[in-house]
Structures are given as C-alpha cells and as structure tokens.
Design a protein around this ligand. Structure first.
Ligand SMILES: Nc1ncnc2c1ncn2[C@@H]1O[C@H](COP(=O)(O)OP(=O)(O)O)[C@@H](O)[C@H]1O
Ligand SMILES: [Mg+2]
Length: 223
C-alpha cells in the first residue's frame, strides 16, 4: 500500500477492479474522498485532456492532475468510442477560453462564445450542442453550474445521449441527478467504493429529511 497522494485517497482503498455495468455510473462520497482524483485519472487514461474537453483538446493552465492514470487499465467496448468529453463544472471557464481561440470549433457549441453565456448556460450548451452520442462522457460535479430547471434539462439530455449509445461516469453530490433510473451508484466508504441503492444514499436520505424538517434542522445547526 502506497501512502501518499493519489494512492492514499479513500476512493482507491481496496480497489482492484471497478465494473461500469450500466449506461450511467455515479460516484458519490464526502469532500476529499477522492472522487475527482479517480474520475480524472479515468478521463486521462481514456485520452482526454486533464483540464476538460474532447480528445482534441490539449491546452493546460495548471498541471494538477495526479499520476494515477498511469496505473489504470481501461477495458472499453469500441462502439461507444466515437465521441467523448471530460467536463468539470469548475473548469468550463478555461475550456471556453480555449474554444474561443478556435473559430472553426465554435459551430459545435451553438456558435456563441461560451464567455458570453453564464456558467450554467455554457455548461448546458456544451451538453446539448457539442455532445452527439456514441460517446464516453466523464463529468465531475456537473450540478455545480446548474439551476434546478437546468438540472432537469440535463437529465433529459442525458437520457437522449444514453439512447444514442453513450456511457456516463459522473462524480456528483446531486440528489436529483442520482435519481436517474437504472444507474449504478458507487459510494466512497471507509473500505473504499461500494454499490448503493438510490434511496440508501446520504444525498437522498439527508435531503429528504432536511426538506421535511428544515425548520428543526436550521434551529439545531444555527441555534
Ligand atoms: N494535487 C494534489 N496533491 C496532493 N493531494 C491532493 C491533490 N489533489 C487532491 N489531493 C487530496 O486528495 C484528496 C482527494 O481529493 P479529491 O479527489 O479532489 O476529492 P473529492 O473530489 O472526492 O472531493 C483530498 O484530501 C485532497 O486534499
Ligand atoms: Mg471533487
């Protein structure tokens, strides 16, 4: 067992093999549990730019990705290999700058500079206009950019892309995204990743409890 980053993150504990059995696989867990480390390594191993984008992007603003990707072996079926995208909500800005420098690429993003749209709009725009199916899409906290309405639009588009033979791997905290039917949810526990049912996730249980008891909870939290 190697004890330094990235090998010491909880998401990697006891990890030998991680089956992606469904069209959509979610990875959930506390802040700092290693979700981003894991999905980023999968994305780099799959040939994506660490900072986000499709396979043709190779810009970098900050080299913060770990070496973990070198230790992974991805086993992939060829039929979902036409398109692909790695997107972290926090790096849409850098991606937008890079796209703006490539005028012939803008047509794939609805022909409006992503900088002239809000964070959520540009994120949704990539999702709706740029992704076209038969692809592998790896997303890190997509909900961070999205309003509730946009989150619903995101779910609808995700279903369309799944019907176009796409596969998603998504690190998220969103109790709404997690409701996507027939998905696998891996949660990071003290023993590493474990499969969990939607209604047994903390996101579902605690959000439901909070909404049903928000006055009591706020009183407890804030005194
Ligand atoms: N570049 C880095 N160097 C050292 N430690 C890091 C680095 N990036 C993340 N970490 C640490 O690894 C742990 C997991 O981080 P991360 O994968 O971002 O978690 P999550 O996405 O689940 O919130 C955190 O404790 C974080 O501080
Ligand atoms: Mg993260």
């Amino acid at each position: 067992m190697i004890e330094s980053y990235p090998y010491n993150v909880l998401a990697l504990k006891n990890l030998k093999e991680l089956p992606f059995r469904k069209d959509v696989t979610f990875i959930i867990g506390e802040n700092g549990s290693g979700k981003s480390t894991l999905v980023e390594a999968i994305a780099i191993n799959a040939g994506f730019n660490p900072e986000g984008g499709g396979r043709n992007f190779n810009f970098k603003t900050n080299e913060t990705h770990s070496e973990l990707y070198k230790d992974l072996v991805l086993v992939r079926s060829p039929y979902r290999n036409k398109d692909g995208y790695f997107l972290r909500a926090e790096s849409v800005y850098n991606l937008a700058t890079n796209i703006a420098e490539m005028p012939d690429v803008l047509q794939y993003y609805g022909n409006t500079s992503l900088h002239e749209q809000s964070h959520g709009e540009s994120f949704l725009n990539i999702f709706i206009n740029r992704l076209y199916g038969t692809g592998l899409y790896i997303l890190d906290e997509p909900e961070a950019a999205l309003s509730l309405q946009s989150t619903f639009s995101f779910l609808v588009r995700m279903k369309e892309l799944v019907e176009l033979k796409s596969q998603f791997i998504i690190a998220t905290h969103s109790p709404i995204l997690l409701a996507y039917p027939n998905a696998d949810i891996y949660t990071v526990t003290e023993d590493g990743l474990e499969l969990v049912e939607y209604e047994d996730t903390e996101q579902y249980i605690q959000t439901k409890y909070f909404l049903n008891n928000y006055e009591k909870m706020i009183a407890q939290l804030l005194g």
